[in-house]
Design a protein around this ligand. Sequence first.
Ligand SMILES: [Zn+2]
Length: 394
Amino acid sequence: MALSDIYNGLELIESGKNRGSTDYLASAKKLGVSEDELRQIVTKVKGMYSREPNSNFTVVDYVEKLHAAHLTASDIGIGEGKYQASRLDHTQPYTVSNFQFELQKDNLQERNVRNSEKDHPNGQSIVTPEGEYPSAKSAAEAFGVDVKTILRWCEDGSDKYAGWWKKGKYPEKVTARLKASGKRFWANDNIAEFVDVDLLIQDLTPRFEDVLRGLVIDVDTDPNSMGTAKRLAKMYALETMEGRYTQPPAVTAFPNDDAETRYGGMIVVRSEILSMCSHHHQPVKGVAYIGLIPGVKVIGLSKYTRIAQHCARRGTLQEELTQEICNEITKATGAKDVAVYIQATHGCCENRGILAHSSLTQTCELRGQFFNPSVKNEFLDYIKMQQQFAGNRT
Ligand SMILES: [Zn+2]
């Protein structure tokens, strides 16, 4: 019997929906062997194949391998030479052991191919903006996500970059890294060290386009809407939410510790701020008054405003913003006595909702000596003077 016959017979068995004795019987009949003999062959073949762990190969696959290796059934010890393979080429005879070796090698290669396919659709390494990873597994580890997620990110790549980029996975990737590092990323959190703004804009643009299409705006022919997606992406990343994606301003501190020249009074700086409410993404426009009694160092006057604006340029609530500016000023100056007063108008009250055009929101955060009524009153007096000054100027 030729291996091709065995193959055919086994294929019959394998393709049979019920792999019961009926199939064996039919196959055996077809092959001209007894059912018992056929069972022996199958057991033998399957037994050998079971050396390969996690193999999804069927007996048919296995016999195909025998064919490819020009092996006779007797070579693998089936039927002790009973089955003579008429179509086998014996110029390169295989013994059972060297066949097994070849088979193992083959399987190994096959497994490697399968694994690399599993790792990456193209069997390539994973190339990300942050570097190249030899496998999806290593990329998954680096980004703190599971392999499945990495594969999803790479999904439909025609080349190794396209897969990563095409579907605009950059924000998801950043999100995964933020989660992996346990870093909070609320609307008012600075995540500059995790984000490349150019890459973000690149990915944001098609998403804004989706939103515009969702609003049923003809972004393809309306000349006023054609570039809007890109404008929105840039506006969010570089302007209205700029404070999330850029590092805080560099602040140089100057010593204020000389006993003779040390300034011990109050500093009050008026800073115009533009922010955006987290709830509606509407503008929040106003003025922050930053007061402090300096400690052993002071910072340049313009830095107070830079810090305030950096805190403001993101989605925030005025209450949060007041505290955040306080925190950052404390950090930059080392002063313990800090106060921030903000008054602002909110687009979400003016342009929508209650449509209140003259509503003003005031928030005030006091720390250290500013709880002392006389210090607090001094601060409030300075604010009044500042307001008069600003009013006189305009
Ligand atoms: Zn709002």
